[in-house]
Design a protein around this ligand. Structure first.
Ligand code: NAD
Length: 448
């Protein structure tokens, strides 16, 4: 599905026209393909006195073969792939001057689809109100900068509490890479975790078993493909009526098709049995299946309400409960990723049922995170914004155009963007990301 307006805005005549008329000029985003370098250009790392993460950042960049330039060399150098600001040293508002003295000159030299990643301590851990204020100020800085960046560039904030420095590598790689193409203006808080000694860059899920619900089409099929690309054997789950499409996806990726209505009373037991008998256990569970039954609340019948809650929320609760209870089935280091939605954060007219179910997912993930930590596992949610699927292609053109442009990247995301974010959360190197909600929405203006 091509984006006709983006293609026009990037053509010779279209570029001149959109510039003259002051219309949005969505960029062709840098997306990951296996074998790509982490970044297409060098990085400048800037910081404040007392910042503690420079070595950690340097190690990640060195391992990835990225050239690191001194901040003052940036003015003469080729265009930058990324700027990393280590703001862990800030303690008073005056320290924020780094925004104009060091960050801005480097940002000016970013190439298209560049990355700005800011690293800071959480304001909640601050020793004084002044320090908390300064740390929280970075939130406003990053969210605003993300809105100012153009040409497909993104800005995100990683909060690294004391003791969680070792959790930084995987998340930093993700936010610098093309995998995070449609993740913009986000704040992710890391936690201390046991990290693997090393991780295969190309196939981090090799030898693992992953379940993906709703895998017959759309975002679920993209998730199945990306997890398989990253090395997992995928058990693709969907309703029996979607059997043929499901089989096609499973065959394409060398996975297993498992016809299952996740709302059936025996669904949790059947899934547990299937996983135990065929695979002995499971490493990654992606709760992606979801439905909409839109109506204004005043016109909403019980069936519409109940079916949405049953598929989108109750089934995720029941399946996860059963997997946790099945002795040893969830393997050490297991990853559960739940698909929420921007509607669950911002609300959406006509979607009280859907938004309730998707907000419920966020509550569920946060409540379960401590238990998952205790098991050396993680549970997180992704909240997609406007994702270009067959469903959105059927929208009236005006609604679709507005829906897809009201974000900082001025375009809809692709199913693969959601899939890449889920695959990142599924990696062993994401052990320090738990109980988080990561929006894949191009920094949508809704619910921001
Ligand atoms: P889709 O309708 O194309 O696919 C959903 C899949 O889930 C279908 O294959 C369907 O058969 C399956 N499914 C539905 N009920 C099921 C059940 N009871 N048991 C097993 N499988 C079932 O939807 P999509 O656009 O790919 O969305 C995937 C997920 O992403 C959903 O949770 C959706 O709410 C969420 N989401 C989508 C968007 C978007 O813009 N498309 C935005 C935000 C969130």
């Amino acid at each position: 599905m091509s984006d006709w307006y983006r293609d026009l805005a990037n053509s010779g005549v279209g570029a001149a026209l959109t510039r003259r008329l002051g219309l949005p000029r969505p960029a062709v985003l840098r997306r990951y393909t296996p074998g790509d370098p982490l970044l297409p250009g060098p990085v400048v790392v800037v910081g404040t006195a007392g910042g503690r993460l420079a070595d950690e950042v340097g190690a990640v960049l060195k391992e990835a073969g990225v050239t690191v330039l001194a901040a003052d060399a940036a003015a003469d150098a080729e265009r930058l792939g990324a700027v990393v600001l280590d703001a862990t040293g800030v303690s008073s508002p005056a320290d924020l001057a780094v925004a104009t003295t060091a960050l801005a000159p480097a940002v000016k030299r970013l190439r298209s689809s560049g990355r700005v990643v800011v690293l800071a301590d959480p304001a909640t851990d601050a020793a004084s109100p002044a320090q908390a204020a300064t740390r929280q100020a970075l939130d406003g800085l990053v969210r605003s900068l993300a809105k100012e960046l153009r040409s497909g560039s993104t800005a995100n904030l990683l909060l690294v509490p004391a003791g969680a420095d070792a959790s930084l590598a995987g998340p930093l790689r993700f936010f610098l890479s093309g995998r995070s193409a449609y993740v913009d203006g986000q704040v992710v808080t890391l936690s201390p975790a046991e990290l693997p000694a090393a991780e295969a860059a190309e196939r981090p899920l090799a030898g693992q078993v992953a379940v993906v619900t709703g895998a017959a089409r759309g975002i679920g099929a993209a998730i199945a493909r990306v997890l398989a690309r990253d090395g997992a054997h995928v058990v693709a789950v969907d309703v029996p009526a979607a059997g043929q499409a499901l089989a096609e996806v499973a065959n394409e990726i060398g996975g297993t098709a498992f016809g299952l209505d996740i709302t059936a009373g025996d669904a949790p037991a059947r899934l547990v049995e299937h996983l135990r008998e065929r695979h002995g256990g499971v490493d990654v569970v992606v709760h992606n299946a979801g439905i909409t039954r839109d109506k204004l609340l005043v016109n909403m019948d019980a069936a519409r309400w109940e079916s949405v809650i049953a598929v989108n929320l109750q089934a995720q609760l029941d399946l996860t409960t059963a997997l946790l209870a099945a002795d040893g089935l969830l393997r050490p280091g297991a990853r559960v990723v739940c698909v929420s939605s921007q509607s669950g954060i911002a609300g959406n007219r006509g979607q009280t049922n859907y938004a309730a179910s998707k907000a419920g997912i966020i509550g569920m993930v946060r409540a379960w995170a401590p238990e998952f930590t205790a098991r050396g596992a993680t549970i997180n949610a992704v909240a997609p914004g406007f994702i270009v699927t067959e469903m959105t292609a059927k929208m009236p053109m005006g609604t679709r155009e507005i829906g897809s442009r009201i974000n900082s990247l001025q375009q809809g995301g692709l199913p693969v963007d959601v899939a890449e974010t889920i695959a990142w959360l599924a990696q062993p190197g994401s052990a320090g990301v738990n109980g988080q909600v990561v929006r894949v929405c191009g920094q949508s203006m809704l619910g921001a």
